[in-house]
Design a protein around this ligand. Sequence first.
Ligand code: PEP
Ligand code: MN
Length: 363
Amino acid sequence: MIIVFKPGTPTDHDGLDRLLRRFQDDILHRAALPTPQGELLEWVLGESVDTEAVSALSHHPLVQTIINPHSDLQHIGRQASDANQSIEAGALSFSQNTFHPFLGLCAVDTVDHVDTVFGGLAAAGIHTARMGAYKPRTSPHTFQGLGAACLPSVFERAGHHGIQMVAMEVMSAQHILEIEHALALAGHPTQVMLQIGTRNCQNFELLKACGQTDQVVLLKRGFGNTLNEALLAAEYIAKSGNPRVIFCLRGIKSHTASPHRNLVDFSQIPVVKRLTHLPVCVDPSHAVGVAKPSIDGITDIAHAMAQGIVAGANMVLMDIHPDPEIAKVDGHQAFTMRHLPQLKADMEHCRETYLKRVAIWQD
Ligand code: PEP
Ligand code: MN
């Protein structure tokens, strides 16, 4: 790996001294290249260096860039580009410094429910949502989602309520075309974030198809994937031409997770931020996946949501339903409309706590 310092960084700078003490056993070669702005220092590090520690230096005030010629994460890695890059989509902006809640129906069932959810979100001051039209179901005998048929009303209702973006899962390139077609027919009243679900994290053809669009893509970690495998899946999307990727942690499958649906993996938020420049989403609904009685009034899903946000999540994806008992999918993990003000207050509180934590830990 190569650390390139900002032009004009003086060799006797205190900060540089500290880095030198930390990495001196790893430095193979030091160079100073003259540039019009001053000398450009470069350190070439050996292969045994802690690559995560070096990647994390892309935020260091003296560092201009980190180059990792052997990185598998050439497009999404911190070394690949400006570490603070953001994804702009209409009036929305996503980066490792922003926060957005995406709440809504796991599966669209009726237009009334879509309308109630969008209306409730808008009334609460939330203008981003989730809606599932295409549902990957374990059993072929269960409800498979309304598919393309529901798109016109979902987009029309979103526009009516001023919902700026809807996260929606796709399972094939055909679904992407159907969404783009329906958006165009409706006159683009909203935007769609293409969601790749946990089961399709390594569906390489789908990753490439999403990589050939310019939509924002939400990639969920496969429930059985190592973090590296899932990050390489994100790299597929970026390498195919679309760098507008958000990475989602949604729990991993393990029998030890019981009584929860999955084992929460939100402790890896800082790892994703250290290794990549991607915004990080958490999905506490699918991670915890069960409604259990709560001792302190806060459900397990809300606790997991808080854990994700105070650890720096940039987006939260959660299931809500006006009447969970009749929801066709995942009603057992859905909050209701009456919880919206509490969810919003809790999310805001946790986000403020995260920002305060960042301030506490600055040297
Ligand atoms: C979903 O978000 O509705 C979903 C199916 O999630 P996952 O892919 O994480 O199971
Ligand atoms: Mn679901």
